[in-house]
Design a protein around this ligand. Structure first.
Ligand SMILES: Cc1cc2nc3c(=O)[nH]c(=O)nc-3n(C[C@H](O)[C@H](O)[C@H](O)COP(=O)(O)OP(=O)(O)OC[C@H]3O[C@@H](n4cnc5c(N)ncnc54)[C@H](O)[C@@H]3O)c2cc1C
Length: 381
């Protein structure tokens, strides 16, 4: 970590920044940097109308308690910050975007024979007991039914994780794209690039662009050139039905898997997600689709008549500790590793990166998100 903090570019310098990858991080950084007066060019391998980012596949849950249970209390702290920041950001994106933020908590339920999973969850989150706002409420069957009347009555107990929420993430990505257009961000779609300090090079045409700073936000797309980065396969189903009216994410705790249902606009639901240590991006397997469908049917039998609109597969970008990391050298900032909590941690990570790029004060998350400098950064092959 660099003890003497120095920003990469002075604020309002009008410097030109090239960003590789227009997924979650790339779009958010492009938006924030364009608002600060930087000239920004954004490159993505996919077309804007048919995105291929983990951000597009994701369920958009903001689940600081659930994620901290597997990742530790720093994820909780950054996650709470994320919940507040998303609300502010969406307000800045406009009144319609504000409607994409939902905070009614999330529910955890288990089959009667698996109720020990709920006890285990409480044990796994004991480290959060003294954390601010960490409200976990035990519910009986009647309380579960009151919160989600369409939930199967077989569930006798559950947990309400009060601080949690979710986003209509695909809609937000679309609003971001619109604001980037108004902010005159140059968007190069269908342009896969190679990344080097000060330079982006189109893989297909060998065209090159020079910048004052390049930011590498290629997510799992950077795994072949970014040592230590891996992709973790995740599969989802997108369903549509008017028969189920869940208003909050519901997770089924099971000894072999944890699956969730997240409500989306237009009577849609995202059912997710598998987590497989594989970089295979081929279509969803029969086993995964059976597990996802049977879990959702167990949660609410009315899902039986839902229509399957889509089966999504993508890779979560992750380092070995499953936490985001940035690497800085002159002309190049690499930001990656948001793993399965990208939406939750993006606000803390983006603000941390902005502090490095343009501000004069260090980031409030410097102790959680160390910046590696050129002497210990990943090697670009
Ligand atoms: C199934 C699934 C469910 C998830 N659910 C949640 C959730 O509920 N809550 C949550 O907080 N997080 C969730 N996530 C995690 C979240 O989606 C990721 O952490 C986040 O999207 C990572 O952001 P990113 O910008 O680093 O990568 P991405 O969003 O994947 O964006 C990377 C972009 O780089 C582009 N790219 C790649 N290579 C190149 C190249 N050579 N040149 C140009 N462009 C390139 C890609 O096309 C893509 O658009 C989920 C992820 C998955 C897969």
């Amino acid at each position: 970590m660099n003890p003497t903090f120095s920003p990469l570019l002075p604020a309002d310098s009008g410097a030109h920044i090239g960003i590789a990858g227009a997924g979650l991080l790339g779009q958010l950084l492009a938006w924030q940097l364009s608002m600060k007066g930087f000239q920004v060019s954004l490159f993505d391998a996919a077309s804007a109308s048919s995105p291929n980012s983990a951000a597009h596949t994701a369920a958009g849950m903001l689940a600081p308690i659930s994620e901290a249970a597997v990742a530790g209390p720093e994820v909780y702290t950054m996650g709470l910050y994320g919940l507040k920041r998303w609300q502010t950001w969406l307000g800045q994106l406009g009144p319609q975007a504000s409607q994409c933020f939902h905070r009614q908590g999330s529910l955890l339920v288990a089959h009667p024979q698996d109720e020990c999973e709920l006890q285990q969850f409480l044990a796994d989150t004991r480290c959060l007991n003294n954390e601010p706002d960490c409200a976990i409420n035990s519910l009986n069957q009647a309380q579960l039914q009151q919160l989600e009347p369409d939930l199967s009555q077989q569930f006798r107990s559950g947990l309400l994780l009060e601080p949690e929420g979710h986003l209509d993430n695909r809609e937000i990505l679309e609003y971001l794209r619109q604001v980037l257009q108004s902010n005159k961000v140059a968007y190069h779609e269908q342009t896969p690039v190679e990344v080097a300090p000060y330079t982006l090079k189109a893989i297909n045409t060998a065209q090159q662009w020079r910048f004052d700073l390049v930011i590498d936000c290629r997510g799992a797309g950077a795994r072949h050139s970014n040592r230590g980065l891996r992709g973790v396969r995740g599969e989802t189903l997108h369903l549509q039905t008017t028969e189920v009216h869940f208003i909050r994410p519901v997770r089924l705790m099971h000894p072999r898997y944890q699956l969730y249902v997240v409500p989306k606009p237009d009577h849609r639901f995202v059912i997710g997600a598998t987590q497989i240590e594989s970089e295979d991006t081929s279509p969803i397997s029969v086993q995964s689709s059976l597990e996802l469908s049977s879990a959702v049917y167990t949660l609410a039998p009315a899902f039986a008549e839902a229509r399957i609109l889509e089966a999504g597969v993508n890779l979560r970008p992750a380092f070995s500790d499953n936490l985001p990391q940035c690497f800085s050298r002159p002309g190049l900032l690499t930001a990656n590793g948001l793993f399965r909590h990208g939406y939750l941690l993006a606000p803390a990570f983006v603000d941390h990166l902005l502090a490095q790029i343009s501000q004069s004060a260090p980031s409030p998350f410097a102790s959680y998100l160390p910046t590696h400098h050129h002497y210990d950064e990943p090697v670009y092959e």
